[in-house]
Write a protein that binds this ligand. Structure first.
Ligand code: NDP
Length: 465
């Protein structure tokens, strides 16, 4: 047995172990830095081993690509705002997808050009790789468009959509088989085009609020696409890391689906169960009643006279970078003898754990930060629920408006609190695009303005009182 492949195999195995340790480290904020470092080390090792491979015939192009990629990566990483992280992740998933697609196509064309025969197993790998790659690429591009607000975040649903998806899937299956049996390039190309189309159609009907699941699902797909590329290129490391990403993404999707009370199959198959249109009568009724707005002085009075306050942060807190101002407000309330707790919804913000990261950054103690399950029973006894830039995660339509795209998603029971204060800048809806009936209830007042400035003003008033 040749020694060289064994050395490569051993090196790849060590790199894989670094990746596994990296994934484990990322499961807790305390070990996340170490996890990241481990994954980076694994990647350096993987690249070094790949470069030593005898198949790498020239280094100039490879190093030029690495240098170009590194420069772009550094610039993007330094410039990207924390709030734009999900669209960056979606864009990166699309790169994996298009790579898998191009590797599949390139491998086939290379075999044809060099007159080599392609084995049946390689043909199957090409079809699977191109299919998963195309779905990942097209779906991730749509997710990117929705998150970047280039495309509307509302579900795009039309009649006969699921039937069309079924027909497309059957056609893709038929063309894939035809390509495997007959080696007809045209079948392969049409199959790729249809796979791109289905990737597009599977994400357009998914509403803004379900985007977290779509992102983690594409994370999983991108892993499987990488694994498929690994099979095509006969590279064990790509297969192993692809499988790691694929399976961890699948587990994350399952966890996100449970948190949002969604069926994984429904989201994967393009929002089966999402209805088009619908009258939001509860919201329409409430809209007629108008909203109450309050000043920083009103809010300070209410808050300092409360016994218990629950603060609910959301995406707006991240946009306003208000977390340090929220910490000052929290400390001021403690000084005034008020019990303060934080309530975190699993999809608040724009990425899993977004709010926890921000609160940790501003040194808010972990023991006053509660998950939705743990705090929901406390809202009825809270004197004030202070909402800082959250909207969808407190929208009662998720409970009582059957036609709402939010319906079925668990929410923080802010509506049960004795008094509700909501900091936001306008009457604009949240990410889902749905109006929020909570704004119009009699015990709710809106604190219009930027969340950071509003929190600072409230703290200032309390300090002066
Ligand atoms: P929403 O997007 O529903 O609402 C954000 C609110 O913040 C809006 O009401 C907005 O109102 C307000 N806001 C924005 N900027 C400011 C500011 N500077 N000062 C004060 N208020 C501000 O956020 P939620 O956190 O409630 O919900 C998250 C949504 O994002 C869910 O639909 C979730 O499914 C989705 N999502 C979550 C992901 C995740 O992994 N966590 C990933 C992708 C999507 P106004 O403009 O009037 O100020």
């Amino acid at each position: 047995m040749p020694l060289l492949p064994d050395l490569f195999g051993a090196g790849y195995l060590i790199a894989t172990l670094f990746f596994i340790y990296g994934l484990k480290g990322l499961s807790s904020p305390r070990t996340a830095l170490l996890g990241n470092a481990s994954a980076m080390l694994g990647m350096v090792l993987a690249i070094a081993i790949a470069l030593l491979s005898p198949e790498v015939v020239g280094y100039a192009l490879v190093f030029a690509a690495i240098a170009g990629g590194a420069v772009i990566g550094i610039v993007v990483a330094r410039k990207i705002k924390m709030t734009a992280m999900p669209q960056l992740v979606a864009a990166l998933h699309s790169f994996v997808g298009i790579t898998a697609l191009l590797v599949g196509l390139g491998t086939y064309l290379h075999h044809v050009a060099t007159g080599q025969t392609v084995s049946m197993i390689v043909m199957i790998e090409l079809v699977v790789g191109a299919f998963v790659g195309a779905i990942t690429f097209a779906g991730s591009m749509i997710a990117f468009g929705k998150l970047q607000e280039i495309l509307p975040s509302k579900p795009l649903v039309f009649k006969g959509q699921h039937f069309l998806n079924l027909v497309l899937m059957l056609a893709i299956g038929g063309l894939g088989l035809h390509f495997i049996v007959t080696y007809t390039l045209a079948s392969f190309l049409i199959m790729i085009l249809l796979s791109l189309l289905i990737g597009f159609l599977l994400v357009t009907p998914i509403g803004g609020a379900d985007m977290p699941v779509v992102i983690s699902m594409h994370n999983s797909y991108s892993g499987w696409a990488a694994a498929a590329t690994g099979f095509i290129l006969n590279n064990q490391l790509l297969i192993a890391t692809g499988a790691l990403v694929g399976s961890s993404g699948a587990i994350l999707s399952y966890i996100m689906c449970r948190a949002m009370n969604r069926a994984l199959f429904s989201v994967m198959s393009g929002g089966v169960g999402v209805k088009s249109g619908g009258d939001f009568s509860v919201i329409a009724q409430a809209s007629n009643q108008g909203v109450k707005s309050a000043s920083a002085e009103d809010a300070a009075f209410l808050l300092e006279n409360a016994r218990s306050v629950i603060i609910v942060p959301g995406y707006g807190m991240a946009v306003a970078q208000a977390h340090h101002a929220v910490k000052d407000l929290y400390e001021m309330l403690l000084k005034k003898g008020v019990t303060v707790k934080f309530a975190i919804h699993p999809v608040a913000g724009r990425m899993p754990g977004h709010m926890n990261v921000l609160l940790a950054e501003s040194d808010i103690p972990y023991d006053c930060v509660f998950t939705m399950e743990d705090i929901n029973s406390e809202f009825p006894t809270a004197d004030v629920a202070l909402v800082i830039g959250a909207n969808d995660v407190i929208n009662p339509a998720a409970r009582n408006v059957k036609d709402s795209p939010l319906y079925g998603m668990p929410i923080l029971d802010v509506y049960k609190a004795r008094n509700i204060l909501i900091s936001k800048r306008s009457m604009k809806p949240g990410y889902s695009g749905m109006d929020n009936a909570l704004f119009y209830v009699s015990n709710c007042s809106l604190l219009f303005g930027d969340a950071k400035a509003m929190c600072e003003s409230i703290t200032k008033v309390m300090r002066e009182n």
